[in-house]
Ligand binder design. Structure first.
Ligand SMILES: Cc1cc2nc3c(=O)[nH]c(=O)nc-3n(C[C@H](O)[C@H](O)[C@H](O)COP(=O)(O)OP(=O)(O)OC[C@H]3O[C@@H](n4cnc5c(N)ncnc54)[C@H](O)[C@@H]3O)c2cc1C
Ligand code: FES
Length: 369
């Protein structure tokens, strides 16, 4: 009772302080930074133009993963199960932004749940695993993506995932369970082993929770087979009638895309990738030199994306999604031609704004980095 009252009073004080800071006078007094930067000094979650969250729990479900619960401030407007959220933290004086798919139900109140596969060379996931603490702040940016449950729920659903790709489909499953969904769902998850599985215990408990729910957890290092068309037909004989949502590594996405297209049911397949599958560069696109003008460094062009080649040259250009979604990596190409890896289109050789995570050089290129 006491704590509820205190929370209510604190909320009222926050609202009054925010209203005062939002006044025209305050905007003039704090020009050019704006009131938010000053409020942030006292309470970062009270900023008026950003969704800020506070880490409320950190767990280590497996050796290679970390799970963070983040309590958002009142500006959080929710998401649709399956969508991603831009997640940013200040690390060594730089704001690092990455995309993560929340795994909680879209109907859950309270903390958002992010389950991350830890990349040993990665900046953000390694920081969360090794250094983040309860009480640290996270800025939650854009919520987006077309990979979500349709508003009118389909009568037949297949949720298919592998490894850390389980997060968006876990959110879909938890959402459908909260809705007491009465259609038929098959949930198929591939993982190397029980000890590596992110939600093994919870998934076991879901068997029979909804009348039409069938669970299939396949452990590939414990005798389980990898995905194949025959296996899908065996597990879900009527998959042609379902809307199928898949998230996982490139090989799984490619295999399911090929199968569904061959069967003429490509429009029933919905996919999410956590990164860009970069095609190997052809011989005429390697060679030449990448020049990073501002840093005064050069490297031989090996055909990989300009972001990867900049990192290999010892630079740390700003980036977020690494797949052309967030524009964090945008920079000016001052000379040379680049291929957009999403469309295959080759640019002209003049000055142009490009996203270096999805651009591969065609011969020599000069960048303003
Ligand atoms: C829509 C979407 C949803 C996603 N959802 C999830 C999710 O729910 N769970 C999840 O685990 N992941 C998810 N991801 C992936 C996530 O966004 C990150 O890409 C991933 O966690 C790695 O982030 P990081 O900061 O640890 O690695 P980064 O620092 O981004 O590093 C990524 C790679 O680049 C290389 N690299 C980085 N810096 C350098 C350097 N200086 N020199 C050489 N190489 C370098 C690293 O070797 C590493 O392999 C999602 C991605 C997208 C696009
Ligand atoms: S890192 Fe997001 S668009 Fe390049």
């Amino acid at each position: 009772m006491t704590s509820a009252t205190t929370t209510g009073e604190t909320g009222r004080v926050h609202r009054l302080v925010k209203a005062a800071f939002n006044s025209r006078l305050m905007h003039r007094l704090t020009y050019p930074h704006g009131p938010d930067r000053f409020i942030e000094l006292f309470d970062p979650t009270a900023v008026t133009d950003e969704v800020v969250g506070t880490i409320s729990a950190i767990e280590h479900p497996t050796e290679r993963s970390v799970r963070v619960s983040v309590r958002p401030n009142s500006r959080w407007a929710g998401f649709q199960a399956g969508q991603y959220v831009e997640f940013a933290m200040e690390i060594d004086g730089r704001r690092q932004r990455r995309m993560f798919s929340p795994a909680h139900s879209q109907h859950a109140d309270g903390a958002l749940e992010f389950t991350m596969s830890v990349n040993p060379d990665g900046v953000l996931t390694r920081h969360i695993k090794e250094s983040a603490r309860v009480g640290d702040h996270v800025v939650l940016g854009n919520v987006g993506g077309d990979f979500h449950l349709p508003l009118t729920r389909p009568e037949r659903i297949v949720l298919l995932s592998a490894g850390s790709g389980i997060t968006p489909v876990m959110s879909m499953l938890r959402t459908l369970i909260d809705e007491r969904y009465d259609g038929a769902i098959d949930f198929i998850h591939y993982c190397r082993s029980t000890s590596d599985a992110l939600y093994a215990a919870e998934l076991e408990q879901y068997e029979g929770v909804l009348p039409g729910l069938q669970m299939h957890c396949i452990y590939t290092r414990e005798g389980g087979e990898h995905f194949s068309a025959d296996q899908l037909a065996r597990l879900v004989p009527d998959y042609h009638d379902a809307q199928t949502f898949v998230c996982g590594p490139a090989a799984l996405l490619e295999a399911t895309r090929t199968l569904f297209d061959e069967q003429g049911i490509g429009e029933r397949l919905h996919q999410e990738a956590f990164g860009l599958a970069t095609p190997a560069a052809s011989e005429d696109e390697t060679g030449g030199e990448i020049h990073f003008k501002r840093s005064d460094r050069s490297t031989d062009n090996n055909g990989q994306t300009l972001l990867e080649q900049a990192e290999q040259a010892g630079l740390s250009p700003e980036h977020g999604c690494r797949m052309g979604v967030c524009f964090a990596c945008s920079c000016t190409k001052t000379a040379g031609r680049v291929r957009d890896l999403r469309t295959g289109e080759v640019s002209g050789d003049g000055e142009q704004e490009i996203q270096i995570c999805v651009s591969a050089p065609v011969g020599s290129v000069s960048l303003d980095i």
